[in-house]
Ligand binder design. Structure first.
Ligand code: FAD
Length: 465
């Protein structure tokens, strides 16, 4: 049994992490009268949703878009009175290929028409194959072992002849996962696509995952949930140790740092860990780690993404007939979108540096930032190379996140260890968007995972009473 430690606070449920998943779990529990405490490491809630004021504008440094079928997210926004508005899409997009600039209309660059057709066919093939992978248990898919024994890159070798088509798909994958096709288990990829309605849905603006934004930013939704939970959300309190006995139902004690006050321990009947898998693995577990969950977490690294905001006095590209979207075969940026405020009074381009390009960008330092500006200039004209401000948010530097936008699963992870993703270990339950079966990796998935974990805990507490 775990050694006793002095207890500073007792409650029924302690939630680790005040991101969308932890707050949705805590809110659901609090609404059922459960005494819940949320320990959040940062001095803010929201986790991978973080809205910051830059140059007088509210900009989302992390998650920002909402799309069709994300019903929990929409209901939360409605409840809190947070309006949404459509991503600006009027005009043509820009493709940079082999250093040459082209413009195009529609979903996919069409400069090389046969390659574009191949890429679209591949996306549809993947989306069809994804429907065969059950989102609640990908490891139960027919042929799960074979699908998990190969990478998405292996699938592309078999299905895509043209290097340009391969590039087009790689850019899409980089944007969605923050990773290269070589890093992704095919089984995991198909699961993820199924959970989000298909790759064609995940890469789309209108009608897809990038359809709308929140007026004032996505973090307002986390703030709204936290306000409801009140002073039971404790900020600046990173958990360091989790003590529990997996064989006996005698509760869980977590020890966290407290600003200016050393550390404190909270004892609860149940805990919900609402952090990315790799972050849970970095905790001290006493007397021993939750072995299978920990093994799985080591096979679920975070993606690599840096988000860049370029601010201008107005969205000048709109007047040039452009919609602010860029697709580039070589980095640093692999994609951009128009991120201007709802009134269009100022101009903002948001760009993603992801996967291999992001790793190079981190090594290049200032030269990498200069390369971003040059690339913006090549895509949208010289004015784009001279923004009033440039914001660079490196998610891999964030100690309490470790990368982004999501954790991915490497080959062999899900088919051999998948059930450990959500299976409670003694009094410890797992939330976090990575555990979602709908919209895994997205804000919507985080909310779903929190609700599911809360239901599990309520069941367990009900069984107790
Ligand atoms: C660049 C980027 C762009 C994205 N774009 C979109 C988008 O447009 N739309 C969309 O739907 N999704 C998007 N996402 C994904 C979305 O942001 C995440 O799916 C979602 O925020 C995850 O919520 P979560 O609660 O599961 O995890 P997190 O948000 O990671 O929350 C975990 C929380 O735990 C805290 N924590 C960590 N360690 C400890 C500890 N030891 N003790 C206590 N607390 C701890 C963290 O500080 C954090 O607050 C994006 C993500 C990124 C990074």
């Amino acid at each position: 049994m775990a050694a006793a430690v002095p207890i500073d606070r007792e409650c029924e449920v302690v939630v680790l992490g005040g991101g969308f998943s932890g707050l949705s779990a805590a809110r659901a529990l609090a609404r059922r009268g459960v005494d819940v405490v949320v320990l959040e490491a940062r001095d803010r809630v929201g986790g991978r949703s973080w809205t910051e004021s830059v140059g007088g504008l509210r900009l989302d440094r992390g998650g920002q878009w909402i799309g069709p079928t994300q019903t929990r997210l929409q209901s939360l926004a409605d409840e809190l009175g947070v309006a949404t508005f459509p991503t600006h899409t009027a005009g043509e997009a820009v493709e940079l290929r082999d250093g040459v600039r082209h413009t195009y209309a529609g979903l996919i660059p069409t400069f090389d028409a046969p390659a574009a057709a191949d890429a679209v066919e591949a996306i549809l093939d993947l989306d069809l194959a994804a429907l065969e992978v059950p989102t609640h248990a990908p490891w139960e898919a027919a042929d799960a072992g074979r699908l998990d024994g190969t990478t998405l890159a292996g699938w592309m070798d078999d299905h895509l002849g043209s290097p340009v088509a391969r590039d087009l798909l790689s850019v899409a994958v980089r944007g969605v996962f923050g990773a290269e096709p070589e890093e992704l288990s095919l089984l995991f990829t198909l699961f993820y696509l199924h959970a989000g309605g298909g790759l064609s849905n995940l890469v789309r603006t209108t009608g897809g995952a990038q359809e709308r934004r929140f007026v004032g930013g996505s973090q307002q939704l986390a703030n709204g949930m936290a306000d409801e939970i009140g002073d039971r959300v404790v900020l600046g309190s990173p958990v360091e140790v989790v003590r529990f006995d997996s064989d006996r139902d005698c509760g869980v004690t977590v020890t966290a740092r407290r600003p200016g006050d050393g550390s404190w321990s909270v004892r609860a009947e149940r805990a919900v860990l609402a952090v990315p898998p790799v972050i849970a693995s970095r905790l001290d577990w006493v007397p021993h780690r939750p072995a299978l969950r920990d093994q799985l977490a080591m096979r679920m690294p975070m993606g690599t993404v840096t988000k860049v905001h370029a601010l201008y006095d107005r969205p000048f590209w709109r007047h040039d007939g452009l919609n602010g979207q860029l697709v580039a075969d070589a980095g640093p940026l692999s994609s951009t979108f128009d991120d201007s405020p709802v009134d269009g009074g100022r101009g903002v381009l948001v760009g993603f540096v992801a996967g291999r390009d992001c790793r190079r960008f981190e090594r290049d330092g200032l030269a990498g930032v200069k390369a971003v500006l040059e690339q913006l200039g090549r895509a949208f004209g010289p004015r784009a190379a001279e923004p009033l401000e440039l914001g660079v948010q490196r998610w891999s530097e964030e100690a309490y996140t470790g990368g982004g936008p999501v954790a991915l699963a490497v080959p062999g992870a899900l088919s051999t260890l998948g059930p450990a993703l959500r299976e409670p270990v003694g009094p410890v339950h797992w939330a976090g968007t990575e555990t979602a079966t709908e919209w895994c990796g997205y804000l919507e998935g985080a909310l779903q995972s929190g609700e599911r974990a809360a239901a599990e805990v309520l069941d367990a507490l009900g069984a107790r009473s």
